[in-house]
Design a binder for this molecule. Structure first.
Ligand SMILES: Nc1ncnc2c1ncn2[C@@H]1O[C@H](COP(=O)(O)OP(=O)(O)OP(=O)(O)O)[C@@H](O)[C@H]1O
Ligand SMILES: [Mg+2]
Length: 239
């Protein structure tokens, strides 16, 4: 296991991402009703539910992007109250809609966050991530020259290249054919094997079935429909 953040003890990799009673409102709209979630190292968990159920809202709150209207969020017992803390805790997001820059090439899109983080091996990491997504030949093409599915794979490559402690992927396979969907799910599983906690929001029952557990949202209400691998780390910090 590679610890992306922290030392031998006490780093984010040693702890869990814990949301307690987390609620997201937009004015009068309650997008996520109070939900509890524990995401531990090595876990691959699906968040499912129909369009508008609150999946993206939950992920945005867990990433420190949207302030929850109630509840608490912590990593390894340290409170997360905004994006800066979430970044420091190694929480990486693959956003729905990809959020790529059309005026940059594929490899530049992948490398930008790595360069911003002053990583010396940004280009090597970006190349490796694009290769893993089958996009090595598209590396120097402008984003706007790529198909929707290729662009989605660039967004996945960008998330993987960051090697976070937690990876929150929002509909990362929505534009993909079956082969590429399997490839992306295998790479997300690889991130979990590396020691990351991985959460994937998906409409796709086949993608959800490849995960260890499934949290289903419906009109903001969350229910664990499958929790087949108890998380040993979940009790370590006692809440
Ligand atoms: N910025 C916002 N302002 C106001 N309401 C919002 C905002 N973002 C989302 N909502 C509302 O919150 C609810 C949940 O939206 P959310 O995007 O979290 O759903 P989702 O499960 O991700 O849907 P999809 O599968 O279509 O991506 C919806 O009713 C939506 O209209
Ligand atoms: Mg969404």
């Amino acid at each position: 296991m590679t610890a992306a953040t922290g030392g031998a003890t006490g780093g984010a990799m040693d702890g869990v991402l814990r949301a307690t009673g987390i609620e997201v409102r937009y004015g009068m709209v309650v997008a996520v009703r109070p939900a509890d979630l524990v995401l531990g190292p090595g876990q691959l968990v699906a968040v499912t539910g129909p369009s508008g159920a609150g999946k993206s809202s939950l992920l945005a709150a867990l990433a420190g992007l949207t302030p929850p209207s109630a509840g608490t969020l912590s990593v390894a017992g340290q409170p997360i109250t905004g994006r800066d803390q979430a970044v420091a805790a190694g929480i990486v997001v693959i956003p729905q809609g990809n959020a790529l820059l059309r005026i940059l090439t594929a490899i530049e899109n992948v490398a930008v966050p790595l360069v911003a983080a002053r990583l010396p091996d940004a280009r090597d990491r970006a190349e490796a991530a694009l290769l893993a997504l089958g996009l090595d030949e598209a590396a120097d093409q402008l984003l706007e020259e790529l198909s929707g599915g290729q662009q989605q794979r660039v967004a996945v490559a960008r998330g993987l290249a960051e090697r976070g402690s937690y990876l929150l992927a929002d509909e990362p396979t929505s534009e993909l054919d079956a082969g590429n969907r399997s490839r992306v799910m295998a790479l997300l599983r690889g991130e979990a094997r590396r020691g990351a906690g991985v959460l994937v929001a998906t409409h796709d029952p086949e993608a959800a079935a490849m995960c260890d557990a499934e949290l289903r949202l419906d009109e903001g209400r969350s229910t664990w429909v499958r929790e087949d691998r108890p998380n040993p780390a979940a009790t370590e910090h006692g809440g």
